[in-house]
Design a protein around this ligand. Structure first.
Ligand code: AMP
Length: 330
């Protein structure tokens, strides 16, 4: 199926627009219906996904789902979907009866305006990927739907220590923005299961804390990191790297893998110093490379084989910021 043949209309008119595409020679019929209430995308060989733009419509649908006794799995994303996102979706489909995904590039979690502006957007392809992977519902709000006024951006979350280290330290305000949007999404979707990636390990810890603060009954399921063949962690931001840079960027994972492999030969500090120098010499600007206890992210000065640990790194390759991590189980 030629994806570039598929046009996607959102937010054009306030009244009903129906548009039917028959792809020449193919078995596929794609049927878009756009109203001011919701937009439906149907791939007739593959089931049906409903796209909701408005929270109140999605809430009604969720109510019906709950009344019928079905469990709800939720996969929040910022779009530019890749296999990593889809692995969360597949896990949700195995675990819950109804799977909801969301795509919203959340402005409040970007501490860098340029990064926000350059965040990749591939919405037509995302919709096809979600539909063909059996997603039941997509929540696709615009900014006003999530943040109708200034007040809706103002809440503060008590994240304690978690906000003072690693991503919290280098991206001030980032986790407040993440909590702001995830709290709203959880209130709308009311999932039984929430699927997030270990790729953003600290974010998972933050969301665990948010769930405690909200006192909601949702089970956080942390899914493993999907990687390219080279070892590079899949990421939407990888779209901003050209093919040779993508191969180059795999050095981040290689650095962590080498520290893990050599942990019985040298202490953490000397392995870290060597890795940071090597990465710098290869064009990376390393923000942090740390070892932490897996349970609570308390930073460690050296390996302690009695504990589960995690290595975490953030580095820029020119202006693209990449993160990765690697578990060291005892
Ligand atoms: P994002 O769209 O970057 O906000 O990511 C949405 C979700 O997908 C988050 O829970 C991420 O941790 C998860 N995710 C991103 N990259 C990967 C990956 N390579 N493997 C598994 N999950 C991922």
């Amino acid at each position: 199926m030629a994806m570039n043949k598929i046009l996607f209309f959102v937010d054009i008119y306030k009244w009903l627009i129906s548009l039917i595409f028959f792809l020449t020679g193919g078995k596929v019929t794609i049927f878009f219906v756009h109203t001011n209430v919701q937009l439906n995308v149907e791939l007739n060989y593959n089931g049906f996904m409903t796209i909701y733009k408005y929270a109140k419509d999605l809430e009604k649908r969720i109510q019906k789902t709950k009344v019928s006794g079905s469990s709800v799995g939720f996969v929040p994303t910022m779009g530019a979907l890749h296999e990593g996102h889809l692995s969360l979706l597949r896990k949700s489909k195995k675990t819950a009866e109804i799977t909801v995904a969301s795509i919203f590039v959340n402005p409040t979690q970007f501490n860098n305006a340029e990064d926000f502006k350059k965040y990749p957007k591939t919405i037509e392809q995302d919709i096809l990927l979600l539909t063909s992977n059996g997603c039941d519902i997509l929540f696709l709000p615009d900014e006003k739907e999530i943040y109708p006024n200034e007040e809706s951006r103002q809440k503060h979350f008590d994240l304690g220590y978690l906000e003072t280290i690693l991503e919290g330290k280098f991206r001030p305000g980032h986790f407040q923005g993440v909590c702001l949007v995830v709290e709203k999404l959880l209130n709308i979707v009311q999932p039984d299961f929430l699927f997030m990636g270990q790729k953003d390990f600290q974010q998972c810890m933050v969301i665990k804390r948010l769930i405690e603060l909200m006192q909601v009954n949702v089970q956080l399921v942390i899914c493993p990191i999907l990687r390219e063949e080279t070892g590079l962690a899949m990421s939407s931001r990888n779209l901003r790297l050209d093919p040779s840079e993508r191969i180059h960027a795999a050095q981040l994972h290689q650095a962590l893998a080498s520290i893990k492999k050599n942990r019985n030969k040298q202490n953490f500090l000397s392995l870290k110093n060597k890795a940071v120098i090597d990465l710098k010499n290869n064009g990376f600007n390393v923000e942090y490379l740390e070892l932490a206890r897996k349970n609570d992210l308390v930073l460690l000065t050296d390996f302690n084989e009695k504990e589960d640990m995690i290595l975490l790194i953030a580095a820029f390759l020119h202006d693209v910021r990449l993160i990765d991590n690697l578990l060291i189980n005892h």
